[in-house]
Design a protein around this ligand. Structure first.
Ligand SMILES: NC(=O)c1ccc[n+]([C@@H]2O[C@H](COP(=O)([O-])OP(=O)(O)OC[C@H]3O[C@@H](n4cnc5c(N)ncnc54)[C@H](OP(=O)(O)O)[C@@H]3O)[C@@H](O)[C@H]2O)c1
Length: 491
């Protein structure tokens, strides 16, 4: 693999990005603008009713983020000029043909100009409604690919997927593509066309029955989980992302395709500054609940490896892969971007970091009070143990409240509802996150390793585009970067 300067490559390139209000695409756009303001143009698609509201969303939800502080400082007075000259923001939606881009002259311009297309758009909720997840992660991925294919001088399509399309497999997960109809449990019959028909029929039935929006939402969520489990995936998100990979692979024809599969993405390691993050996903749902004093137990296999990777390293991997394969077209290459092979950490380490951080530096709540966390968290190392605990500890309490209600005429109904709701919520969260809390696989990242070595050998700017997870000291990162970042930006 031979390629030259990444900064030179980016100069005068025209790049199309979807999902730009999202966490990862923001880090990507910031990096490009900061390190190569001479990029020719960035076309950014956002969901909005029109171009004006797309522009408002971009300024409020992207540019105003602290993430852009360093770029603003670096580019100084030129920053606004660069933004208005280099960035074209428009409304669209990947669920539709032509990506919902109504302006035909814009479509024509993009068709002529685009060098690279990157699809970050996705719905990342594990238990999203099936129709929405399928429309975005599966059909949406295909729509972006079909749009890319009609671009006249396109060099590469980069699709952002997830390492967890492997479901709950164990061992070393290879960087292999999915082919149409492939399933994780060997059950045959997965037909993406049929999934679409099934969704439409179910929606029609529900509407004909006069179902409320809430009933439709619950039914569509349930059906997503059922379809995912039928074919061996644990949730709707990873199932629809896997089908998205199948479709981009199937429809690519001659277009070079890179699929990036990151593991769990955490706050920035170095750039534009350490610790920038938004939202509490997967692992950080634990950080948030524990730091806020709400979590006294973990349901987790402490020995299992938790694969995390900082957002700026994922973006660097995307950019280096993009440059390498745009220079030397590939057919289809998959990159796992994670840490579980080169620099693994375990849940036991993560638990220790949380306890050490929050016992020493408790979160100061809205009333200015430090929030106490338990320093001895109870660990349930299996789901049955956790359910047993709930049965023994909380179900008797519920029964008492129920009895008290009948004796004291519903006086305890509020307390009963509250406890019942909390038990259900905790059980639901445990079930949702269970595949990742008891995950027994690691992600082969040989392709990324080859890319890293090639980048070093070619003398490209590896100081700017660092991507070696081995260089991370996890203890230092979690204690001094990630957890403080979560407290600052998410708590
Ligand atoms: N974050 C992680 O830990 C992680 C890990 C592995 C892989 N990934 C993958 O990385 C990519 C980016 O993830 P992220 O964490 O940045 O996600 P995110 O913060 O949830 O952002 C998702 C983005 O997709 C957009 N989007 C959703 N539906 C759309 C539609 N129909 N049309 C156009 N845009 C749509 C959202 O726009 P709105 O603002 O309009 O909703 C948002 O900009 C995803 O493909 C995800 O699967 C993420």
């Amino acid at each position: 693999m031979e390629f030259g300067s990444i900064l030179q490559f980016l100069e005068n390139k025209t790049i199309f990005v979807t999902g730009v209000t999202g966490f990862l695409a923001k880090i990507f756009v910031e990096k490009i603008l900061r390190v190569q303001p001479n990029v020719k143009k960035l076309y950014l698609l956002l969901r909005a009713s029109d171009a004006t509201s797309a522009s408002h969303r971009f300024h409020n939800e992207v540019m105003r983020k602290d993430l852009f502080r360093v770029a603003k400082e670096k580019l100084g007075a030129n920053f606004d000029a660069i933004i208005s000259k280099k960035i074209n923001i428009f409304s669209g939606d990947v669920c539709y043909d032509d990506l919902g881009i109504k302006d035909s002259s814009l479509r024509e311009e993009m068709k002529k100009e685009l060098d690279i297309v990157l699809n970050f758009a996705a719905t990342t909720r594990f238990d999203e409604r099936y129709d929405i997840a399928f429309g975005t992660n599966t059909i949406g991925a295909k729509n972006v690919m079909c749009f890319a294919k009609i671009c006249l001088k396109l060099k590469l399509f980069v699709h952002i997927s997830t390492a967890y399309v492997c479901g709950e497999s164990s061992g070393l997960i290879p960087e292999n593509p999915y082919r149409l109809g492939e399933t994780l449990n060997g059950v045959s019959g997965l037909d993406i066309e049929e999934e679409k028909k099934l969704i439409d029929t179910k929606l029609d039935e529900l509407k004909a029955k006069g179902a409320t929006e809430t009933e439709i939402k619950h039914a569509m969520k349930d059906i997503g989980v059922k379809r995912a489990k039928r074919y061996g995936w644990p949730n709707t998100y990873v199932f629809t992302k896997a089908m998205g990979e199948m479709l981009v692979g199937h429809f690519k024809e001659n277009l070079p395709l890179v699929i990036i599969r990151p593991s769990m993405i955490t706050s920035t390691y170095k750039e534009p500054f350490p610790g920038w993050v938004e939202d509490a996903r997967t692992l950080d749902a634990l950080t948030l609940s524990y730091g806020k004093g709400r979590l006294t137990f973990f349901v987790v296999d402490l020995a299992s490896i938790v694969d995390v990777i900082p957002g700026d390293m994922v973006v660097n991997a995307i950019i280096v892969a993009m440059v390498a394969h745009a220079n030397q077209p590939c057919d289809e290459v998959i990159y796992h971007v994670g840490s579980s092979v080169r620099n693994p950490i375990r849940f036991s380490n993560f638990k220790d970091y949380l306890i050490r951080h929050f016992t020493k530096k408790p979160w100061i709540n809205q009333n200015g009070k430090p929030v106490k966390v338990v320093s001895k968290v109870t660990i349930f190392n299996s789901i049955p143990n956790f359910h047993k605990f709930i049965r023994i500890r909380y179900l008797p309490l519920l029964k008492v409240l129920e009895l008290a209600n009948t004796i004291f005429c519903q006086s305890f109904q509020g307390a009963y509802n509250n406890l019942n709701r909390r038990i259900k919520l905790v059980k639901r969260l445990v079930e949702l996150y269970q595949p990742y809390l008891f995950f027994h696989a690691i992600f082969d990242d040989s392709n990324l390793d080859k890319l890293r070595i090639a980048a070093e050998e070619n003398g490209v700017e590896t100081d700017i585009f660092f991507l070696d997870s081995k260089s991370i000291d996890w203890e230092d990162y979690f204690l001094n970067t990630h957890i403080p970042g979560m407290v600052k930006y998410v708590f």
